[in-house]
Design a protein around this ligand. Structure first.
Ligand SMILES: [Cu+2]
Length: 96
């Protein structure tokens, strides 16, 4: 039976996927966003970080949800970029 031969290889492939995936998402609490223009600055600063693939800033929640490649950048680089733009932040929120 072909299926029996293929199955173990398939299961190994599925098991390896999380190891291959270098993309992570972090939610940063950005308490300093006090007006609707702030998210634009925060988004711009975070998007400028090499390795960042997506930024979603939620002004109402004072959060920045950042998707990044962890082989190219890190959470500390993200918080530094936000702080350099005038918005100190820290990992928090609900997304992991
Ligand atoms: Cu503002």
């Amino acid at each position: 039976m072909k299926f029996v031969k293929v199955l173990p290889a398939f299961l190994m492939f599925v098991a390896a996927l999380p190891l291959l995936a270098a993309t992570h998402t972090v939610t940063l609490d950005v308490p300093g966003m006090t007006c609707p223009v702030c998210p634009i600055t925060v988004r711009k600063a975070l998007r400028a970080v090499p390795g960042v693939t997506h930024v979603d800033v939620q002004y109402a929640k004072k959060e920045a949800i950042v998707t990044y490649d962890d082989t190219k950048t890190s959470i500390s680089a993200l918080t530094k970029a936000a702080a350099d733009a005038g918005y100190p932040s820290k990992p928090g929120g609900t997304a992991k």
